[in-house]
Design a binder for this molecule. Structure first.
Ligand code: FAD
Length: 318
């Protein structure tokens, strides 16, 4: 079933969904299953699986020269999606990025998803690679998520990149996109960011999942601005608990978001690691309670390898 159909069926009830990461190469499915087994009691209608582009590593050769090697550390997104659907009978949402894909490879990836019965996809540009200061697409790949959304929408209308296909089967993907309550880091301002978000919706995106935030006011303002701009699709808040002191700096550095002063000072005052985690979990519980009371369609949790903590939060908000 499509993500948006789950929202329609819920008739205003707030759903719970999760995002998981593929294991590091060499790891197995058991870690994912173990994490998800513990979350199934919350009956998530869908589970997202992230996609990770290759990174460049420099390996020293016996000659002393360094060799540049492209390595994907977390492959397996599509396989994990199929395994999740098979084991739990729950819809899986693979993330699909522009980075590392030519337009034709994107088309082939979408064909694979269609054949597997996966009809949801989160369409993203992807971040710049490690050690690159800007996003570099493939020569014949998409530069922006907007172009990826257009391609998926084209396939939903039977249009393939291979123009010799004149009677292609129309796919039926439900397309999610990313949204940034505190704006995307490259955008000159929020209006510019919303302009392109609206363009993605007009190009066929059906819903938005937000970047994590720790201040609900940012989410509520964002929804208001989206509506004022004419973006009328569901906007799903993405949530992550802060559980470690170093995240006060690492999360803003990596995700370009602000931490509210009350949260920062409570974490700073916490006497040990356990106390830090308690502050973060309690903060996430209060955030989720307020969002739920406001009638958001879904609370989407970034598990990031810590499903136990997420489970605690979800239980407290039921
Ligand atoms: P875009 O929509 O392409 O936007 C990128 C920037 O360009 C923005 O500043 C936008 O305003 C601007 N822009 C957009 N279109 C145009 C245009 N036509 N002309 C000029 N400027 C334009 N990354 C991964 O690698 N794998 C994942 O699995 C993953 N999952 C994510 C899930 C969520 C919910 C979120 C919020 C992010 C995720 N990301 C993931 C990170 C994401 O790839 C980055 O934030 C990336 O930098 C931007 O992606 P986007 O799809 O928002 O890009």
């Amino acid at each position: 079933m499509k993500v948006t159909e789950h929202f329609e069926q819920a008739k205003g009830k707030t759903l719970i969904s999760f995002e998981v990461l593929p294991p590091l190469k060499g790891g197995g499915m058991q870690a994912i299953f173990k994490a998800l087994d513990g979350l199934m009691e919350f009956k998530p209608p869908f589970i997202d699986v992230t996609y990770h582009r290759e990174e460049f590593l420099y390996k020293k050769r016996p000659s002393g020269y360094y060799e540049k090697a492209a390595i994907r550390k977390r492959p397996g997104t599509v396989g994990i999606c199929a395994a999740i659907m098979h084991r739990y009978g729950v819809d899986a949402v693979p993330h699909l990025i522009c980075g590392g894909f030519s337009v034709e490879e994107t088309e082939n990836a979408l064909i694979d998803l269609n054949f597997l019965g996966i009809n949801n996809v989160l369409a993203l540009r992807g971040d710049p690679r490690q050690f690159e200061d800007k996003f570099i697409p493939e020569d014949d790949g998409h530069k922006y998520a907007l172009d990826l959304v257009k391609q998926i929408n084209g396939m939903n209308h039977g249009t393939y990149v291979d123009s010799s296909i004149t009677n292609g089967e129309a796919t039926d993907f439900c397309v999610g996109i990313a949204g940034y309550p505190e704006k995307h880091f490259e955008s000159p301002n929020i209006s510019s960011d919303l302009h392109f978000t609206k363009a993605k919706v007009e190009a066929g995106a059906h819903y938005i999942v937000t970047q994590m935030f720790f201040d609900n006011a940012k989410y509520f303002e964002y929804v208001e601005k989206c509506r004022a701009t004419g973006i009328n699709v569901p906007i799903i808040p993405g949530l992550k608990p802060l559980t470690k002191r170093y995240q006060l700096n690492s999360i803003p550095r990596k995700f370009f978001i602000n931490m509210p002063e009350d949260l920062v000072s409570a974490i700073v005052k916490a006497k040990d690691d356990e106390a830090v985690k308690e502050v973060g979990v309690e903060w996430a519980i209060q955030q989720a309670k307020e969002l739920k009371a406001a009638g958001v369609p879904c609370l989407h949790y970034y598990t990031m390898g810590d499903s136990e903590t997420v489970k605690r939060i979800v239980k407290a908000v039921l």
